[in-house]
Ligand binder design. Structure first.
Ligand code: AMP
Length: 434
């Protein structure tokens, strides 16, 4: 399949060529014709699948086709949950629209509103926005959606997680009823289904990367360790394996700050990225991480969503997320585009519930490896049987199987430096598989 075959205009094909893409990604193959058809679309796709081009390219084409009857009035509105994602989507709009006459703008909170107002007053065809700032600007009388043709809700699941549902409903009331709606979400859990029912009309459904596909292409390990020893273990792993660029996930903002400081103190360049950081600090941290000045980026789940960092060889879960789907997002940051990635989770005994939830979502028991010198005093309990996601009742009489394969993986075979310390590998537990 080529981009030409998807029916895109020459201006868009040229932009895609200039960007260096040779063929559309699976989500693009499905989403581009669906959006071009003019129907509402609900797409299950995560960051890293090429979803942004999957909606941006056909939107640009539709605006081109419907003509300039409302030049520089807002004709497409793309709402994203985070500032970073908004900035990245806006960049994509500019890139793919380079040979088209449309003007775009991005608005989000945490920065001064006046420059955004000045930008809007010059006229905008495509607006990318986070919900709060969008409503502020509307309240100040700076936005008019009379000419709106297309609405995109990007990472809708995350918007619900972040409590934006009321803002979204308020925004919907400001828009003309006659419009095309596109909703992108990593998962289609029940809450999202509820939202889609109330927003989308007879949508085409597009799905390419179920969680297991991500889980399949990422090698995953669990390192059982006591909570208080996690920073030391992380440091050891970074130094031992000579990791030069590692994304570390932290469940809390406070934990992210503390860990970044601890790493800095021990001589490893690190920065934290989370919602309480100023936009400037986040941008600097990301730039430093990309150019190699910062070796470890410690991020919360929300801050990490949508970060456009290509092909990380490994990610580390300093702690496990409360929402198991976040684990899938986290490990999806590694091993993109066919390359196999590695995800390491430092897991303490009190996180067994999160581990069980994750293992149920990825439908496998993760291999446990014990690092010599870091064996926990508080043993990580056995994993629970693998019930199907959403299945609550326990079935009796199931046969026994091993939880986590027994491995003694040599680091050398995976591109690591041989470990300085001897690692002990053992199956975490025997568990019944329901
Ligand atoms: P996204 O899932 O939209 O965040 O995109 C993930 C990354 O894939 C971005 O860096 C894009 O520039 C890149 N990308 C998008 N489409 C393609 C394509 N067809 N071929 C190669 N890379 C792509």
């Amino acid at each position: 399949m080529t981009f030409d075959q998807l029916g895109l205009s020459e201006a868009l094909l040229r932009a895609v060529r200039e960007k260096g893409y040779t063929e559309p990604s699976p989500i693009q193959v499905q989403a581009i014709p669906a959006v071009l058809s003019g129907r509402d679309v609900m797409a299950a796709a995560q960051t890293g699948t090429g979803k942004t081009a999957g909606f941006t390219l056909p939107i640009l084409q539709r605006l081109q086709e419907s003509g300039p009857q409302h030049p520089h009035r807002i004709r497409a509105l793309i709402i994203t949950p985070t500032r970073e994602l908004a900035a990245q989507v806006a960049e994509s709009v500019d890139t793919y629209g380079a040979h088209l006459p449309f003007k775009s703008a991005v608005v989000f909170g945490g920065v001064k509103i006046n420059p955004q107002i000045a930008r809007l007053r010059k006229g905008v065809d495509i607006l990318v926005a986070t919900p709060g700032r969008l409503l502020d600007l509307h309240q100040q009388g700076e936005l008019n959606f009379d000419a709106l043709e297309i609405l995109v809700l990007d990472e809708a699941d995350r918007m619900l997680d972040m409590g934006f549902i009321h803002d979204i409903r308020r925004i919907l009331k400001l828009l003309p009823a006659q419009r095309q709606n596109l909703l992108f979400s990593a998962t289609f859990a029940d809450e999202i289904r509820g939202l889609t029912r109330s927003i989308l009309h007879d949508p085409l459904e597009v799905e390419v990367s179920p969680p297991n596909a991500t889980a399949d292409r990422v090698e995953q390990w669990v390192y059982p360790v006591d909570k208080k020893r996690k920073p030391a273990l992380l440091r050891e792993l970074i130094v031992d394996n000579d990791w030069q660029q590692v994304l570390v996930f932290s469940r809390t903002k406070h934990g992210a700050n503390r860990l970044a400081q601890q790493l800095e103190k021990s001589g490893i360049n690190a920065a934290a990225i989370h919602g309480n950081k100023s936009q400037g600090a986040r941008t600097r941290a990301l730039a430093g991480f990309k150019n190699g000045q910062i070796r470890v980026l410690v991020a919360t789940d929300i801050a990490a969503r949508g970060l456009d960092i290509a092909q990380l060889p490994q990610v580390v879960n300093f702690d496990l997320p409360n929402v198991p789907e976040d684990y899938v997002h986290r490990i999806g940051r590694t091993g993109r585009a066919g390359a196999s990635g590695r995800a390491y989770s430092l897991v303490s005994a009190d996180e067994i519930k999160q581990l069980n939830d994750i293992e149920r979502v990825v439908q496998r028991h993760l291999t446990r490896e014990y690092i010599s010198g870091f064996e926990p005093e508080h043993e990580l309990p056995q994993s629970a049987p693998l019930r199907k996601p959403g299945q609550n009742s326990h079935r009796h009489g199931a046969h026994k199987t091993q939880a986590g394969q027994q491995t003694a993986r040599g680091r050398g075979s995976e591109g690591h430096k041989p470990a300085r310390r001897r690692r002990r590998s053992r199956a975490g537990s025997a568990a019944r598989q329901a």
